[in-house]
Structures are given as C-alpha cells and as structure tokens.
Design a protein around this ligand. Sequence first.
Ligand code: CA
Length: 234
Amino acid sequence: MNQMIRILIIEDEKNIRNFMISVLTAQQYHVISAATAAEGLSQAASQCPDLILLDLGLPDMDGIEVIQKIRIWSSIPIIVISARTQEDDKVEALDKGADDYITKPFGNSELLARIRTAFRHSNRMQTNDPLAHRPYHSHGLTIDFEKHQVNRDGQNIHFTQNEFKIIALLARNCGRVMTYDKLIEHIWGPYSENDNTILRVNMANIRRKIEPNPAEPIYIFTEIGVGYRMAEED
Ligand code: CA
C-alpha cells in the first residue's frame, strides 16, 4: 500500500541516506534521494513527493533555507533530520514550516513512526473529515473537542479555558512537537510576549490534573528547549 507514497530524502551523508533508503524501501515506500540542496529542490519540484526528509546540514545550502524555498509553493510534510544538538536549529526549522524533526542517531522504528504521524496529520488537515473532530483517546484519557470536556478513567477533570486550549491543540497535533512559540501564539495571540513562564505554569497545572505522576508524564512529553509533544492515540 505504501508503494504509492513517494518520499524524498535530502541528505548528504551517504551512510545515513542509504540507511533511510533501505528502511523505507523495505516498507514499500517509493524513495527518491538527493545529496545536495539544489538537487533536492529540483526533485521536490519535478517528482511531486508526498513527504520530504531533510537534513539541516547540507553542503550547498542551509536546510532552513530549503524549507523556506519549498514552503513558498508547497505544504508537503517536511521532517527535518538534524545531527545538531542545539535546540535553536530545531525550533527555527519548525517555525519556518517544518512539521517535525528527528535527531541523529535514530533507529528505523523512530523514523517510521515520525513518517506515519506526519501523514496522519496532513491527511486530517486536508480532508477536514468528521474524524478530525472526534475525541482524542490515549491511556484512559479522553478529550472531547466539541464539548470541551476532559475525562480520565471516567472522571471528569475541570480545566480553565486556557488550559483546555493548550491541551486541545496538543491533542489535535498528537505525536508532533509543538514549539513554545506556536503554543503561546495560539493561546495568547500573535502579539503576546514570548515569555514561557505563563505557559509553564499552565502546563504544570495541566500535568497535575491529568498525569498519574507529573514527574514522569505519560500524556504530555517535554522536548527540552523546543516545546511539548502529546502521546499518540491508542
Ligand atoms: Ca549533513
């Protein structure tokens, strides 16, 4: 079934490129690859891939610039492959339009999970089908977007309006990382100060209400220096 799906890999390191090609080919994805940004951009335009895996450190152009160039004409999912440990690069890539990132070194299951999540999300956005409005379910937690209700193991949990906005945004994007800035902009508007303190306070309250052990969350994970990622649905 995956053979109809075309994935473009833009990565200059041969070993990593070949690793990804073999993992994806084994899953019957149709794989196209490029070793430079220029080649990748031309493949992206001519081959109409369904998803792009993009290395940030390319020899001829910064990966961030590649994202910007692609975003001018396409909303195709882009997953950034980053060897860099600096959180700033990941945040910048996400803010410039990447959908998610994966940090080297990574294994095949992580790579495939990220790809599935990206597709699930882009399908949901495109079709705008009623499934997009159905409640979120994970490990006994239910979030009903229409009724603005959160339930855990049958118990109704009270949320303030902002807390609900935060958890609903994370749940609608479950499996994907949401940057602090994206969350702040969504809750408090584009002109709010980029101060993470209020967000952190809200998040602490949310975790206290839903997590059995807030120190070891099972629903909302922290991506240090980047943002939060909510658990995939059951
Ligand atoms: Ca590289």
